[in-house]
Design a protein around this ligand. Structure first.
Ligand code: WQD
Length: 337
């Protein structure tokens, strides 16, 4: 029996595969390398000393996915594959709706045809309505402000309705807060294409000299130091959350949404200071205007994950900064080197 990981060559997918293999699970991967590199999977094999089958292909190809499931005796699926750039989703909404929705519809169709009943879906805190009620629990109001977020929202609804119509299905919608950092080996990590949208990769690229300085998007928010507060989560903690979700899904049916976060918020300047302290580097930054759509603060109530999954984040903000820097300094150009 194996776990099919879609988008397994990506940042969170590759870290999750390391965790699954270390727990003795068998995995099989499908990835079209649209926004990832086969080098990541080669390094996962090197890091774990374990081999696994990799199919280069598109999750929208329903027949291919069904064939993979049958050929590899798949019993669970973790679905990471999808476009994820908020800004690009605003410029190219149809690209995002087509890819992110058709991939999930095709996957579910193939699962039902192949008799695969368990699905862990990579959702996001971005599905929560943009209001500053923190900490966020899973029953908060949902609503999005960009097509990327809406594809996560719509995929959650598609999966929920599929569970309603097919009682044998067992699905978990994992709502990530802000994944950062890298595996402590420094062999795998976050490798955004182009200019990073997110804070931590931008800080790492500034520290390694790829970027001249960080622009802090606004310092007039209603927070302790005026800069945006978020719930940063070590990617290895996030990976462990997926392994726990697979076990949880094996013992039940139905659909559950679960936050994966630390429950603690840190501001942009908190992160800059923690990064400088953990790594003995200086981060040049300037204060710029607010980024449209940004909230003052956004962090999770992770108690449902602890209750249902027996999962709790353990790594500190210093671990996140140290591991992120270790990856970036060892791989200044990511996997492209
Ligand atoms: C964090 C803080 C910025 C960059 C995004 C997506 C969300 C999810 C997680 C996928 C904010 C500030 C950032 C910079 C800055 N991804 N910042 N300068 O916006 O909380 O969430 O990633 O699911 O969908 O929206 O994360 O890292 O972009 O921003 O000052 O160059 O850092 O204003 O306060 P965000 P982020």
């Amino acid at each position: 029996m194996s776990i099919l990981v879609t988008g397994g060559a990506g940042y969170i997918g590759s870290h999750t595969i390391v965790c699954l293999l270390e727990k003795g699970e068998d995995v099989v991967v499908i990835d079209n390398y649209d926004n990832s590199s086969p080098e990541a999977l080669r390094r996962v094999m090197q890091l774990t000393g374990k081999e696994f089958k990799v199919y280069e292909g598109d999750v929208c190809d329903r027949d291919l996915v069904e064939r993979i499931m049958r050929e590899n005796n798949v019993e669970s699926v973790i679905h990471f594959a999808g476009h994820k750039a908020v800004g690009e989703s605003v410029e190219k909404p149809l690209k995002y709706y087509k890819n992110n929705l058709i991939s999930t519809l095709s996957l579910l169709d193939a699962m039902l045809a192949a008799g695969v009943n368990r699905l862990i879906f990579s959702s996001s805190a971005t599905v929560y309505y943009k209001e500053d009620t923190v900490p966020l629990t899973e029953d908060e109001r949902l609503g999005c402000i960009n097509p990327y977020g809406w594809t996560k929202f719509m995929n959650e609804q598609i999966i929920r309705d599929a569970c309603q119509a097919n009682p044998s299905l067992s699905c978990v919608l994992l709502r990530y807060f802000n994944p950062v950092g890298a595996h402590p080996s420094g062999m795998i990590g976050e490798d955004p294409s182009g200019i990073p949208n997110n804070l931590m990769p931008y800080i790492c690229q500034t520290a390694v000299g790829l970027r001249d300085h960080l622009t802090v998007f606004g310092n007039d928010y209603k927070t302790h130091d005026g800069t945006g507060v978020r719930d940063y989560l070590h990617v290895c903690d996030l990976a462990e959350g997926h392994a726990k979700a697979v076990s949880f899904a094996r013992g039940r049916t139905g659909c559950e949404a679960i936050n994966l976060g630390t429950g603690t918020g840190y501001s942009v300047l908190d992160i800059v200071k923690a990064f400088e302290k953990a790594n003995g580097v200086k981060i040049n930054y300037v204060i710029g205007p607010r980024r449209p759509g940004d909230l003052d603060e956004n962090y999770s109530d992770p108690s449902k994950a602890e209750r249902l999954l027996g999962w709790k984040a353990t790594r500190t903000i210093e671990d996140m900064c140290r591991d992120g820097w270790n990856w970036q300094s060892k791989n200044p150009r990511g996997y492209r080197a």
